[in-house]
Design a protein around this ligand. Structure first.
Ligand SMILES: C=CC1=C(C)c2cc3[nH]c(cc4nc(cc5[nH]c(cc1n2)c(C)c5CCC(=O)O)C(CCC(=O)O)=C4C)c(C)c3C=C
Ligand SMILES: [Fe+2]
Ligand SMILES: [Fe+2]
Length: 351
């Protein structure tokens, strides 16, 4: 095969790189029609209002992590690991990062990819589960921004990817062994929540979260203890609307009252960020102690865990093997081939 130039574009949310970036980051987030589904004439002033109201409390939370989000350095480490795994004789593989709400933003990355002049492009969300608010939004922004050459394919979702589940299982087992706690234990899979209205419109995110939790439990079956059980909960509710539940806070209070150890596993993010380091570790850790939880342990996010990076590399290779790839988003590839997926299934959502 002739040597190819391959661009792998990693989509993630982005996070502020300093206190002064908090407000424009929040503005970009709330001004996204995938987050607030209102016409621009209403949404944009509303985004300005919410971001100014939320600025001080968000800055205080980012201050706990030194003032900035670790999302970009974590994503850069994943890009480097993936690039090394995908390296193949003859091909030039380059991983790019396109953040949705803070730098490097999609427009800047689209220009960098165009300048690279790829033959092939694989759009790869760092969200295992598809949501219109995350992957859908990033793909729509990419479609608008990218004007360069190359055949494109988009990976839509990979909630049950073998490497993803295996990497989570490895993190869970290591965290539990280090904690050395004994007794009845609840594994709590905590995912970022979503407004109920988004799920009612056909968003497959919640069904895919459930699929991920099931796949991880499947991987743990050999180490599963008789006195363990598991549940799913949703964290990080924002605004006055009704969000999907149960809330992670509620589950922590309930498990603590029942005298269960808690092993909390973040399953919607593949790297550390404000919701793991501040919400899960600080806020909910303090709450669990205060409520008398015998042991509160948080499994780390996947980062560059080998099984995860290998799994992602496999998904990229699968995407490259497919024909098609017309237009800036091109063909959709679903490594999980789930029914609840925008490419294969019953969801009505399309980018
Ligand atoms: C699966 C991942 C995510 C979904 C789904 C999602 C939906 C969603 N988020 C908000 C509002 C906020 N999210 C914020 C931070 C944030 N969100 C995700 C991921 C998902 N969001 C990540 C990885 C992060 C952290 C970024 C970082 O800096 O480390 C924030 C900012 C923090 C705060 O002020 O609380 C907001 C706001 C909505 C409204 C929504 C769905 C409609
Ligand atoms: Fe969010
Ligand atoms: Fe899919």
């Amino acid at each position: 095969m002739a040597p190819r130039k391959i661009a792998v574009v990693l989509f993630n949310l982005g996070g502020p790189d300093g206190p002064e970036a908090v407000r424009p980051f929040l503005f970009n987030l709330f001004n996204d029609p995938a987050i607030i589904a209102l016409p621009g004439i209403v949404r944009t002033p509303l985004a300005a209002l919410i971001s100014s109201r939320r600025e001080a409390s968000a800055q205080a939370n980012y201050a706990i992590m030194g003032g900035a989000s670790p999302l970009l350095p974590e994503t850069q480490a994943q890009a480097k690991a993936l690039e090394a795994t995908l390296a193949a004789p003859g091909d030039e593989v380059r991983c790019f990062i396109a953040m949705r709400y803070w730098k490097p933003l999609t427009d800047e990355t689209a220009a960098a990819v165009a300048a690279f002049g790829p033959d092939e492009i694989v759009l790869t969300p760092l969200y295992p589960q598809y949501s219109t608010t995350t992957t859908g939004s990033s793909l729509a922004a990419w479609r608008k921004a990218y004007k360069g050459p190359g055949r494109s394919r988009a990976i839509c979702c990979y909630p049950t990817l073998d490497g993803l589940a295996a990497a989570h299982a490895a993190k869970i087992e290591a965290a539990w062994a280090a904690a050395g706690a004994a007794g009845p234990t609840r594994l709590l899979f905590s995912a970022h929540g979503l407004p109920e209205s988004v799920v009612a419109r056909g968003d497959p995110y919640q069904a895919q979260i459930e699929a991920t939790a099931g796949a991880i439990v499947g991987k743990l079956s050999t180490t599963w203890a008789k006195d363990w059980d598991w549940r799913i909960s949703y964290q990080s509710r924002v605004g006055p609307m009704k969000w999907i539940g149960p809330a992670t806070e509620h589950e922590i209070a309930e498990a603590s009252a029942a005298g269960l150890n808690l092993l909390v596993v973040p399953i919607a993010f593949v790297s550390e960020h404000i919701e793991t380091l501040v919400e899960l570790d600080h806020e909910y850790g303090a709450m669990a102690r205060q409520k008398g939880c015998p042991s509160y342990v948080r499994a780390p996010a996947l980062g560059i865990e080998a099984a995860f990076i290998d799994g992602l590399a496999g998904a990229v290779r699968t995407a490259l093997e497919r024909p098609g790839g017309v237009g800036p988003v091109g063909d959709w590839i679903c490594p999980s081939a789930l029914r609840q997926c925008p490419r294969t299934g019953r969801s009505t959502e399309r980018v």
